[in-house]
Design a protein around this ligand. Structure first.
Ligand code: FE2
Length: 423
């Protein structure tokens, strides 16, 4: 029986199909460009290869082609109808996600990895800050993510993907030294690994290490294809550091070249959230953000995400609509946010609405409510710290500098005290 790179059995009898599959999986795991092509080649040659269709479906989702992804998933389901074992369990876990049953899918993933921990296409569904645990909305979900990757670690040895995912989990709970060491191990094995370069950047960010961070990331990006999954989001990290360094020209040129709608090639979730986020941070830093920039991102949010649903997206859509003065669109986020952390979205939307009305006391109360457990929104600490910076900004506008300092000191101590962790 043929096996994939993680020693899982494959139903195909063709060496060429197995090779295509391995290439496809590695492209998914490393955020490389052209993820779908190897899976397309695999199922073209072996149309009974169910896992080839699942891989294709996953790759097409990550390429932003939902219609084709659903068609591929339908093929996988049909091929495993009435079957049991790893293939059927693998297809079921992914199929539940396609049906929008995220919590059922997460339960199926957890059960699947108990028996087949190295079935990586299923294991990876629950990793990272945008995965099934990241978007579960559950309290203490960062600890949950850490426990999940920790439980997988003994099964993977020195695997570049596993190391990168566990490093990210550790980074997000503040285990920065261990996360930094682990991500360097991952990158030493596979340097063209976009998710690892991303985690490396997050560790630098959490350490407050601007100088090493921006140099590292710009150097890494020089060899990464613009069509790669993470290109737009990694460019956002560059823009964020450029702003922090006071290089506003570089921030705008990076946004205009690689981050904003109509130019970035990544997933819509990144295009919306990264653009709204950097515009707001620019405002917090005292920059003038032209109204048309906010209108542009608000229009994009309304077009691509017309309904509330994913709380992480909703928080940023609410920000864009508020700053664009689109109260008609903002209203749904303040009263009707139904996602996995809808209550937190409502607090955030209320804070943004109050900011636009310059009602600083109201904004303070709403931000404070959101920050009780903002991790439930999903995404990374680096993405959500705009909420803390937003709160600090409204406190400063009320002359409450001491309170602002205390909050930053408690919530972002490395930023507050300028601590730099040496490597
Ligand atoms: Fe990031």
């Amino acid at each position: 029986m043929l096996r994939d790179r993680y020693d899982n059995d494959l139903s195909t009898t063709s060496d060429a199909v197995r090779d295509h599959y391995i290439v496809g999986v590695d492209r998914v795991l490393s955020g490389a460009a052209d993820m779908a092509a190897p899976f397309e080649a695999a199922v073209a040659e072996d149309e009974g290869f169910a896992l080839g269709f699942v891989g294709l479906a996953r790759a097409l989702v990550l390429s932003g082609d939902m219609a084709a992804a659903k068609a591929a998933m339908g093929q996988a389901v049909a091929l495993t109808e009435g079957k049991s074992g790893r293939e059927a369990s693998h297809v079921n876990a992914m199929a539940l996600l396609f049906k929008g049953k995220a919590m059922e899918s997460l339960a199926a993933v957890r059960e699947h990895v108990q028996t087949w921990p190295r079935d990586v296409i299923i294991a990876q569904l629950a990793t990272s800050v945008f995965g099934l645990i990241g978007f579960s909305g559950q309290a203490a979900r960062e600890a949950s993510l850490l426990a999940y990757t920790e439980s997988l670690m003994p099964h993977y040895g020195d695997d570049w993907w596993m190391l990168s995912q566990h490093a990210f989990s550790m980074c997000e709970v503040g285990q920065l030294k261990a996360a930094g060491d682990m991500i360097d191990r991952s990158l030493a094995i596979k340097s063209d690994h976009a998710h690892a370069a991303h985690v490396r950047s997050h560790v630098f960010y959490e350490e407050g290490n601007l100088a090493d961070g921006i140099g590292y990331l710009e150097g890494w990006l020089a060899d990464y294809e613009r069509r790669g999954l993470m290109h737009g989001h990694l460019s956002w990290h560059v823009a964020l550091w450029a702003l922090e360094a006071g290089d506003v020209g570089k921030m705008w040129s990076t946004i205009d070249a690689d981050v904003k709608p109509d130019v970035a090639q990544g997933l819509p979730i990144n295009i919306l959230t990264d653009t709204a986020s950097i515009l707001y941070r620019a405002e917090l830093a005292g920059q003038d953000v032209p109204a048309e920039r906010w209108a542009h991102v608000s229009d994009y949010a309304a077009k691509v995400f017309p309904k509330v649903g994913n709380s992480f997206i909703d928080m940023h859509a609410a920000l864009a609509h508020a700053m664009a003065g689109r109260n008609d669109l903002l209203e749904a986020y303040m009263s009707d946010a139904k996602g996995f952390a809808g209550d937190v979205v409502q607090d955030c939307a209320s804070a943004f609405d109050a900011i636009v009305r310059q009602s600083w006391g109201e904004a303070t109360a709403a931000f404070s409510a959101a920050l009780k457990d903002d991790a439930r929104l999903g995404g990374s600490r680096a993405q959500r710290d705009l909420l803390e910076f937003g709160l600090v900004n409204v406190l400063l506008r009320q002359g409450k500098g001491e309170e602002a300092e205390r909050i930053i000191g408690m919530r972002r101590p490395l930023v507050a005290h300028g601590v730099h962790i040496a490597h």
